[in-house]
Each structure stands twice: as C-alpha cells, then as structure tokens.
Design a protein around this ligand. Structure first.
Ligand SMILES: C[S@@+](CC[C@H](N)C(=O)[O-])C[C@H]1O[C@@H](n2cnc3c(N)ncnc32)[C@H](O)[C@@H]1O
Length: 352
C-alpha cells in the first residue's frame, strides 16, 4: 500500500508508523504489517488472504494498493469513497491548523469504533477553523463544532462559502446570532451541501448524501448547553497544545486557548483569570460534558500534547467520565513528534 506523502516534512516522517498502527487496528484481515518504501514512496506491506477494499479505501494515508504476483505488482481496485475533493482540506493554510492527514487518521480510528451506517454525526468541540469538520464532510459525515475563537469561526465560515460557491456545489450557509432569554450569547454557522444535485459542471449524483454542518461560538464546556438535547455518534478533537512557560500559557498550535474567554457563550461567570488554564484543567472539565453528548455506541477520539498532559492522566480523566479507552497493542503506537514543544498522542474511547 503506497502512502499519500504529506506536505509536512515532520508528519511525513511519522506517516508510515502511524499508517501501520491504523491498519493493524482497523483491518483485521491484514497480518505481518510492515512499514517500508517502494522507490522514494513510503509504503506498507502486509499479508492477506481476503482483502476488504472499503477498509483499505478508508485508510487515512491510502494512495494505491498492489497485490504481489511473483515479481510483479498488480493494482487492487480500491474505490474512492470521498464525497468531496481533497482540496476541501488542503486549500486552507494557517498557523495552528491540524495536519489534515493526522485529522483523517483520528477521524477514521474513531469512526471505526462505531457500528452504525453513515452519515454519522461528528462533533469537534474544539473546532478551530474546522479541519475535523471538513474531513468529516469529505468522508460523507455531518460535522458539528464549538469554537471559542471568533476569528477562527469567521475564517471557517468565509472559507466554506467561497469554496462551495467556487466549486458550484449546491449549498446553503448562514451565520445567525444565538439568543437565550433575550440575550445574545454568540453566533452559529449552519451549512448544508446537497451532493446528489447536479451542478453546472457535474451531473446529478443520485444516492449522494445531504450533509450538514453547524458550529457555535462559545466555550467547549458549554457545548451541551449550546446543543441542547442533541447527541452525536462521535466526538473527534485535537486539544489545544498549550505549553506552559512559567505562569503563561501559549497555544502553539492555534489561535490560542487564551482566546477562549473572549468568545465564550453563556456568560457563565468564568472570568478572565481562567484564560490560562492548562490542557489538563480544560480536558478535566470538558470531557464529562462531551461524554453526555455521545449517543450510546458512540466514540470519542482525542489528540493532545503529551508534554502538557500524560497519557496516564488522560486515561484517568476519560475513565472517570465513564468511557473506556483503547490502550492495548497498536493503540499505544500513535505518539509522534510534531516539534520541540509538541509530542502528539491520541486516544480513542467508547461508551461502555
Ligand atoms: C489544536 S486547536 C484545533 C485546531 C483545528 N483542528 C484546526 O485545524 O483548525 C484547538 C482549538 O481549541 C480552541 N479552544 C481552546 N480552548 C477552548 C475552549 N475552552 N472552548 C472552545 N474552544 C477552545 C482554540 O481556540 C483552538 O482553535
């Protein structure tokens, strides 16, 4: 299996090991999985009597798979299961963007734990400019988000509108104020793409889904209040990478956790002194809220910086919230270096 090369050099170095662990977790038919190269391309080799082409198609870094016949390699007919073009995720470039290859990996691992047909409802309660939500759309699922940073929210909304208009995809997208008891709490983006309908340069695609996206501005700890009774099949999120420098928190990956106080909804009385809270405090408070937003049979996938929070501590937080995290074998092989201050790991947990 040839692997999609990441534009990001550091992530490219980690890709083969991550893809091997992903295949181990999600493709029970594959054995003897090994990372290697074909020419200059990263590749995985594996042994399989029977392959499931759809499972291969869902691998986040899958490019093309060949079957070995003697000395020759014959391409396997793996379908393209994306419902929107790759550039939906690759066009946005901004500091703090979660690598789209990694986002696809976390999304795939999380959704692989859900035994239910799509389109699924995926919540990213720390949505940033929406890489997870766009990846969910591309894979044919609905995307929902909460984001404290108003600028990130606006950037996602304006990118989405421009993209859908330029590609002439039938859609609606609007921002409206969120009011409760006469007070404005924040804003929400609601968008919908009708993928089955013809566009001027593409024929109708019957059977393609209509996908929804909603994003609220506000604090993730108010996510359940913002979404009311709505529950989600999956929660997939890349937590702030905040690195503590003395008493100051810096969010090296994004607009910053420090933006959270500005955009928070609800006016729930948490003050500015709370801005510099650590990833640990944020996740300790947020994960129980998110857990209440998961449907039975749902799954949580989270990535974070192990320099700010140990895997053991996050496992405790997840288990105290009543979720069961996978922590065996290949599930322990996803940690990788992002830069000098970020070592990223991921955990996927299911509702018991
Ligand atoms: C690592 S970034 C996610 C980036 C996103 N995946 C992307 O590619 O755009 C974490 C996000 O969490 C947001 N955030 C931090 N604390 C928050 C809070 N308490 N409530 C809501 N959002 C918060 C930050 O503003 C940031 O956008």
């Amino acid at each position: 299996m040839l692997l999609n090369p990441s534009a990001n050099r550091v992530y490219r170095q980690a890709t083969a090991a991550l893809a091997a662990a992903e295949l181990t977790v999600t493709a029970p038919f594959a054995s003897e999985i090994a990372a290697g190269r074909i020419g200059a391309a990263d590749a995985l080799s594996f042994r399989a009597d029977d392959i499931d082409e759809l499972v291969l198609a869902a691998q986040s870094a899958h490019l093309v798979t060949f079957r070995q016949e003697g000395d020759l390699l014959r391409p396997v007919d793996v379908p393209d299961i994306s419902v929107l073009d790759d550039d939906l995720l690759t066009i946005p470039k901004y500091q703090g963007k979660t690598n789209e290859g990694f986002t696809r990996l976390l999304l795939h691992l999380t959704l692989s734990q859900i035994d239910r047909p799509g389109p699924l409802e995926v919540l990213d309660p720390l949505a940033g400019r929406g890489t997870t939500l766009l990846a969910a759309w591309q894979a044919g699922h609905h995307g929902f988000g909460v984001e404290a940073d108003e600028k990130a929210f606006e950037a996602l909304a304006s990118y989405l509108k421009t993209y859908l208009r330029t590609k002439r995809i039938r859609h609606t997208a609007q921002i409206t104020p969120v009011r409760r008891e006469g007070r404005t709490l924040g804003r929400r983006l609601d968008a919908e793409v009708r993928l089955s309908e013809a566009t001027h340069d593409q024929p109708a695609r019957p059977g393609m889904p209509t996908l929804r996206m909603s994003v609220f501005t506000g604090d993730t700890r108010d996510s359940a209040a913002l979404y009311g009774r709505k529950k989600f099949d999956a929660i997939v999120t890349d937590a702030p990478y905040g690195v503590v420098h003395g008493a100051e928190q810096r969010d090296v990956n994004a607009g910053g956790a420090s933006a959270s106080a500005r955009g928070r909804a609800g006016g729930s009385g948490r003050g500015g002194s709370q801005r510099n809270r650590s990833a640990q405090t944020l996740l300790t408070e947020a994960i129980p809220v998110w857990r209440g937003q998961l449907k039975a049979g749902g799954a949580l996938g989270i990535s974070w910086n192990t320099h700010t929070l140990s895997r053991g501590r996050l496992l405790e937080i997840i288990s105290q919230a009543g979720l069961q995290a996978h922590d065996e074998g290949p599930w322990r092989q996803f940690a990788h270096r992002v830069d000098a201050s970020i070592n990223r790991d991921l955990l996927v947990a299911i509702t018991p």
